[in-house]
Design a protein around this ligand. Structure first.
Ligand SMILES: *Cc1c(COP(=O)(O)O)cnc(C)c1O
Length: 429
């Protein structure tokens, strides 16, 4: 796409697809493991990064390349790397910039799997994570030490959907010479321009709203392309890398590649050698999802707001959180940054606590009881007994996860059908 000022709705449909010799209108799926080298010089250039091109599908694939370019343009970044899952995208991001002895300062209100990765797996590899309450950005500043390599947040955090002040935390990060990593899964590039607010690395689980149909698992890392890895806090970028011919990523790359040193290191170090690559078929599926992402996010957000407003006034509901409710503690910040809607997630508690919540989940129709979010279909979950059951009681209290909390991922059904199903289940408790 040569025209650089297309709006997101147009980018979502057109970006990144070269029309090939077949004149195929749809993006073709390249089901191949490997690619022919023109000759030995071509092969050597590809391996030395003197020329960028296809080598092997673990590293890159033309279908996946369309996905990566489309997300890069939607996020307003410089380069993206798609991976087998959002979870592997998070892990590869961390190990690309931190090693044993290093520290990450992270928000404490994370997706359950990320929390376990940070709280129990990274420390066993020697990367220590300090958790802080993101509601006060100065908590990050206080926790930074001389081993800190990055700050980590989610745009809308679990479990109570607090909107995180990306801009304020980016300022803390940059003041301390650190990059800000943002998991933007709950907002998607359509609702929030995370890079414009200061994020240096954006992670999306493609599995959720971007795919949008609960049909595949995938993740993607987007490099904003402007963090200065030479500034002195990232020896992995300034000292010779034994994983890649002794290359110093922030110093030795030729000019056009220098800004995307982070994305290149993700691709050529963890992806190449640990191997959590995305399948081209899943990349193709996610491209179909992206094409309708803008219209879907508008409808997800409209339906979620109506559900939240309805629950707020329901006599059997104890409390409801949705960042788009005017009285929600997150509304002021969220409405400053989110221009196209507040997303598809609503959480609430029922009068009657744990027992009543479990009864709702066991009796409600239409809402699917699954450990997923971001499907076109409406979903329901009780995190305290499932996704967050590995947390200790203390961790649960710290992250405000009450035992009555019901999490809804509001789908694209007719709003009246959703409200009728909720009312019917609430009438039974
Ligand atoms: C689902 C999710 C992940 C993990 O992504 P997978 O694709 O399931 O591995 C990470 N962060 C958030 C916010 C998520 O919702």
């Amino acid at each position: 796409m040569s025209h650089t000022s297309y709006r997101p709705e147009t980018v979502a449909l057109h970006a990144g697809q070269p029309v090939d010799g077949t004149m195929s209108r749809g993006v073709p799926v390249y089901r191949t493991s490997s690619y022919l080298f023109r000759n030995t010089e071509h092969a050597a250039n590809l391996f030395a990064l003197k020329e960028l091109g296809n080598i092997y599908t673990r590293l890159m694939n033309p279908t996946t390349d369309v996905l990566e370019q489309r997300i890069t343009q939607l996020e307003g970044g410089a380069a993206s790397v798609a991976l087998a899952s959002g979870t592997s995208a998070i892990f590869y991001t961390i190990i690309t910039l931190a090693e044993a002895g290093d520290n990450i300062v992270s928000a404490n209100n994370l997706y359950g799997g990320t929390y376990t990765q940070f709280d129990s797996i990274l420390p066993k590899l020697g990367i220590n994570v300090t958790f802080v309450d993101p509601k006060d950005p100065s908590n990050f500043e206080k926790a930074i030490n001389d081993k800190t390599r990055a700050l980590y947040i989610e745009t809308i955090g679990n479990p109570v959907l607090d909107y995180t002040d990306v801009r304020a935390i980016a300022e803390v990060a940059h003041r301390n010479g650190l990059p800000l990593i943002v998991d933007a899964t709950f907002t998607t590039p359509y609702l929030l321009n995370t890079i414009e607010l200061g994020a240096d690395i954006v992670i999306n689980s493609l599995t959720k709203w971007i795919g949008g149909h609960g049909a595949a698992i995938g993740g993607i890392i987007t490099d904003a392309g402007r963090f200065d890895w030479k500034a002195g806090k990232h020896p992995l970028f300034t000292e010779p890398d034994s994983n890649y011919h002794g290359l110093r990523w922030a110093i030795d790359l030729p000019e056009p590649l220098a800004p995307i040193a982070f994305a290149l290191r993700v691709r050529t170090v963890p992806l190449r050698n640990l191997g959590a690559c995305i399948s081209p078929d899943n990349s193709w599926m996610f491209i179909q999802g992206i094409e309708t992402l803008p219209v879907r996010m508008i409808r997800h957000s409209e339906n979620a707001l109506k559900v939240a407003e309805h629950l707020k006034n329901h006599p059997k509901v104890a409390w409801v959180r949705y960042p788009g409710l005017k009285e929600d503690p997150s509304y002021a910040l969220a409405s400053r940054d989110l221009k196209n809607g507040f997303g598809g997630m609503v959480v609430f508690g029922v009068k009657g606590g744990y027992e009543a919540s479990v009864k709702i989940i066991d009796t409600i129709r239409l809402f699917s009881h699954v450990a997923n979010v971001g499907d076109a279909k409406s979903l329901i979950l009780h995190p305290a007994s499932t996704s967050h059951s590995q947390l200790t009681e203390e961790q649960r209290l710290q992250s405000a996860l009450s035992s009555d909390l019901i999490r809804l991922s509001i789908g694209l059904e007719h709003i009246d059908d959703l409200i009728e199903a909720l009312d019917e289940a609430l009438a039974g408790v």
